[in-house]
Design a protein around this ligand. Structure first.
Ligand SMILES: *[C@@H]1O[C@H](CO)[C@@H](O)[C@H](O)[C@H]1NC(C)=O
Ligand SMILES: *[C@@H]1O[C@H](CO)[C@@H](O)[C@H](O)[C@H]1NC(C)=O
Ligand SMILES: *[C@@H]1O[C@H](CO)[C@@H](O)[C@H](O)[C@H]1NC(C)=O
Ligand SMILES: *[C@@H]1O[C@H](CO)[C@@H](O)[C@H](O)[C@H]1NC(C)=O
Ligand SMILES: *[C@@H]1O[C@H](CO)[C@@H](O)[C@H](O)[C@H]1NC(C)=O
Ligand SMILES: *[C@@H]1O[C@H](CO)[C@@H](O)[C@H](O)[C@H]1NC(C)=O
Ligand SMILES: *[C@@H]1O[C@H](CO)[C@@H](O)[C@H](O)[C@H]1NC(C)=O
Ligand SMILES: *[C@@H]1O[C@H](CO)[C@@H](O)[C@H](O)[C@H]1NC(C)=O
Ligand SMILES: *[C@@H]1O[C@H](CO)[C@@H](O)[C@H](O)[C@H]1NC(C)=O
Length: 549
């Protein structure tokens, strides 16, 4: 990936020799748009001993033993589902000790930026994880805290009891805003200047308006991304970071980063995207998705899609998600597996970079924090259970649609049908579009047919990729009459373009649109794709030498 993007830049002529010597070739928004991301929380994902029985009491909030080495050993599980990027929880050293609700297992309580969290392993382990991820052609994203440090006051007054000298490199009160606790989260100034912590764990708020703080954070980020070959960042608590610094930070780091602003107003998210950072988790769509699939109101989602489209510069650069480590698991609202399948279909096929949070594929049920952080190993990493097969197929069709048309990830979804309990959206250019038909009726729904207008051209055969059933679009009125059952989602793609998708018995190969269209699947092009990373690197140096000498 990194090599081929370098080659692309070389081919495109937009290159300078100097970039060769930068070790960080992090990936851009455009590159991330083609990816789907699996979010892990290192302490809760996998252990070095591979145990699937080690106890982990999520409500106690203590370290449970997950490691970077454990993550390496379970990369097959992630990759077999079709993900091509992994986001890991924060890596740096956190405060030791415990408060009534636990320890820093999640990584959001920074103490020393220049050391790693030894609970998760050694520097070599993290380097190995990065290498293993990249050897698989996957991207590595790092969750990152730049808003605050952490200090356990354990009920003593945070205004007077924080010893700032313990922090690295921010070892002095001057690097922080004066103590105050956020009292009104709707007052953004308050959220930016005051602390997000409480009176057990204070989260001293970095003075991110100050150039010294900014420079230290920028240098640390550049060094860390370079050291561990990190391709992108999630910025924790971005709402609490001064916006002008977010702008500078994302401009100077350059790589894809998505900043957490937990707001359901499209106007706020779109304002941030316009002015401060290219990407944010799409919370407005998240809340509307819940309305559609857990509260029975599909029109809220249809309306929100339209609002986002007209207010945001680029919905496709936002992060599409239905669970993360901060929100209630979908299955805590409803246990219904068909509804969960509709939610993951929406998440993976709507506009944006899709993220699936560990455990979502196993239909974990934990309500809010910390219950949404149960150890994944208790599932036994069963790759036949719950949502795993559905997610695997959806990842394949998303990737295939992109191979059939590289503009797929930049096209906007639009609504083609709204019933009282069903919605359909199309995404992609005419003839190569993916159409999803979703329902909020749930598993108890009985069979019926639904007539979709405005799908593909009359007479087109289309494959419903989740059931492998083929339909023909009616020749006389161009409607698509779909068999509905058990509230299951339906996802369509033209049958004539299924080769190479790896779905429903079609071969899994990296075929181009022309190859699929003409049925010619052996060519120099396919051979070139088989170049190993090293061969590609060799070709690259050859090309470079030709240019230089
Ligand atoms: C889990 O931790 C909670 C909170 O500390 C405690 O109340 C509960 O008894 C623990 N459960 C088990 C099974 O140990
Ligand atoms: C499930 O995991 C096993 C190994 O545990 C692997 O052999 C198999 O290919 C996986 N199946 C799928 C569909 O990914
Ligand atoms: C906080 O107080 C509790 C109860 O006295 C104690 O167990 C714990 O170790 C203390 N934590 C810290 C960080 O001092
Ligand atoms: C918002 O918060 C800031 C900082 O705490 C405070 O100075 C300001 O008065 C607040 N504004 C409103 C409208 O409450
Ligand atoms: C700690 O915070 C809680 C809630 O914010 C508050 O009710 C309580 O009085 C505080 N305790 C101390 C010792 O400051
Ligand atoms: C950041 O790095 C630059 C370039 O290495 C260096 O000149 C500068 O002093 C560093 N700034 C801080 C605050 O460490
Ligand atoms: C769905 O929500 C919208 C907006 O809140 C509301 O106007 C509409 O009446 C709701 N529809 C149903 C069926 O509840
Ligand atoms: C679509 O499928 C039908 C029945 O399987 C077949 O007769 C027809 O030729 C197909 N149409 C196209 C355009 O491939
Ligand atoms: C698939 O083929 C395209 C076009 O030849 C190439 O750019 C891409 O790197 C290939 N992807 C993989 C995973 O081999």
């Amino acid at each position: 990936m990194r090599i081929s993007s370098t080659l692309c830049r070389l081919a495109g002529g937009a290159f300078a020799v100097s970039f060769l010597f930068e070790s960080a070739l992090a990936a851009s928004i455009e590159q991330w748009k083609t990816r789907t991301v699996y979010q892990t929380m290192t302490d809760r994902f996998a252990r070095t001993d591979g145990s699937i029985t080690a106890p982990c009491n999520a409500s106690a909030g203590l370290y449970c033993g997950g490691t970077w080495q454990g993550t390496i050993d379970k990369l097959d599980y992630i990759q077999d589902m079709g993900f091509d990027a992994v986001m890991i929880s924060p890596i740096i050293e956190n405060v030791a000790g415990r408060v009534s609700y636990g320890e820093a297992y999640h990584g959001y309580w920074p103490l020393d930026l220049y050391s790693l969290n030894s609970h998760f392993g050694s520097k070599q382990d993290l380097l190995d994880l990065s290498k293993e991820i990249h050897d698989r052609g996957m991207y590595l994203m790092m969750d990152t805290v730049i808003n605050n440090m952490a200090y356990m006051t354990n009920y003593s007054n945070p205004a007077t009891s924080i010893d700032y000298s313990v922090f690295t490199p921010f070892n002095n009160e001057d690097y922080f805003h004066p103590y105050c606790i956020i009292t009104n989260w709707n007052n953004f100034t308050d959220a930016q200047l005051c602390q997000t912590g409480d009176n057990q764990t204070a989260l001293p708020d970095l003075y991110t308006e100050h150039a010294d703080v900014q420079d230290l954070l920028l240098n640390w980020t550049r060094d860390t991304m370079s050291e561990y070959s990190i391709d992108g960042l999630r910025i924790d608590a971005a709402k609490s970071v001064t916006p002008a610094f977010l702008r500078r930070y994302s401009d100077e780091i350059g790589a894809f980063m998505t900043g957490e602003v937990m707001q359901q107003e499209a106007s706020i998210i779109c304002d941030y995207q316009t002015n401060y950072m290219g990407s944010l988790p799409n919370y407005p769509i998240y809340y509307s998705m819940l309305a559609a699939f857990t509260q029975g109101n599909v029109s809220v989602l249809v309306d929100q899609v339209q609002t986002m489209k007209t207010s945001c510069p680029d919905v496709n650069a936002l992060v599409s998600f239905s669970e993360n480590h901060d929100v209630e698991r979908f299955a805590s609202f409803t246990d219904d597996i068909s509804l969960a399948k509709n939610a993951v279909t929406w998440t993976l096929l709507f506009d944006g970079v899709p993220f699936i949070y560990q455990g979502q594929e196993q239909h974990f049920k934990g309500s809010g924090t910390p219950l949404n952080r149960a150890a994944l190993w208790t599932s036994g990493y069963d790759n036949s259970s719950a949502l795993v097969p559905v997610i695997t197929t959806l990842n394949k069709i998303r990737k295939h649609a992109y191979r059939m048309d590289s503009s797929y990830v930049d096209t906007a979804s639009y609504n083609i049908y709204e019933g009282s309990s069903e919605i359909a959206f199309t995404k992609g250019v005419e003839g190569r579009q993916v159409i999803m038909l979703l329902s909020n009726q749930g598993t108890s729904s009985t069979p019926y047919t639904l007539t979709l207008p405005a799908t593909y051209n009359a007479g087109t055969n289309v494959t419903e990729v989740l059931s492998c059933k083929t339909y023909m679009v009616n020749e006389w009125d161009a409607t698509l009459v779909v068999d509905m059952d058990s509230g299951l989602p339906r996802v369509f793609f033209p049958t004539a373009l299924m080769s190479g998708s790896g779905i429903c018995g079609y071969s899994a190969a990296n075929l181009s649109y022309t190859q699929v269209k003409t049925g010619v699947t052996t060519s120099l092009g396919t051979k070139a794709q088989q170049l190993t990373g090293q061969a590609a690197l060799g070709a690259f140096f050859l090309a470079l030498m030709t240019l230089v000498f």
